[in-house]
Design a protein around this ligand. Structure first.
Ligand SMILES: [Zn+2]
Length: 211
């Protein structure tokens, strides 16, 4: 085969494979959706398959409950296009590509939309899914969840309770009841090293004391 033609065929195969992977959990679960609309868990997926958290969300987040609100222009100015797509349009970043799926530094992950500390690295674990995964948030009140019925599945969408930014989904498939699996997009997070976080907390305490 001519090298150029070989390259084109290879690219087409990669596209086909990508389509197949994207549809993995959807097609599997949609078949059973009418009887048992349960998403396919990441731990049940074969290597390379996308788990239920690989599909974007489609919930209507009640913005009347959030305290940080911005205009569309302000959101666009604050976030990169990828952060905006994920956090404000309930998108999903590709697995094994985000900034934090394989990030092991000690510190805290903040909401990219409002600088609320959401997850601690001490609660981070390798779920094998390609997305940052945490057993629990720093404060339960900082994250909110909502049933997500998109893609023929029933999932639990997770968003920041302070600004309504979409974070990811949460699943109950962690062995030995160590916690839940908060499957979070890197694009919705901003990492702060532990020492910097300690200084941030100290400054906040001082700000609250000052008149
Ligand atoms: Zn937020």
């Amino acid at each position: 085969m001519h090298p150029t033609r070989f390259a084109l065929v290879a690219l087409a195969l990669i596209d086909l494979l990508a389509f197949t992977l994207t549809g993995c959990s959807a097609s599997t679960t949609m078949t059973a959706a009418s009887d048992n609309p349960v998403p396919k868990d990441a731990l049940d997926c074969a290597p390379g398959e996308l788990s239920a958290c690989g599909l974007p969300s489609n919930v209507v987040i009640d913005m009347s409950k959030v305290s940080v609100r911005r205009t569309e222009a302000e959101w666009r100015a604050r976030l990169t296009p990828e952060q905006y797509r994920v956090a404000r349009e309930q998108g999903t970043e590709p697995p094994f590509r985000g900034a934090y799926w394989n990030h092991h530094d000690d510190g805290v992950y903040f909401c990219v939309g409002c600088d609320t500390p959401l997850f601690d690295s001490a609660e981070k674990f390798d779920s094998g899914t390609g997305w940052p995964s945490f057993y629990r948030p720093i404060e339960r009140a900082f994250v909110a969840t909502q049933k997500d019925f998109s893609h023929g599945m029933v999932r639990e969408e997770v968003h920041c309770a302070v600004c309504g930014s979409h974070l990811g989904h949460v699943f109950d498939d962690v062995p030995h009841k160590k916690g839940r699996r908060y499957c979070i997009n890197s694009a919705s997070l901003r990492f702060m090293p532990r020492a910097e976080y300690a200084a941030w907390l100290e400054k906040r305490a001082l700000d609250e004391l000052s008149p």
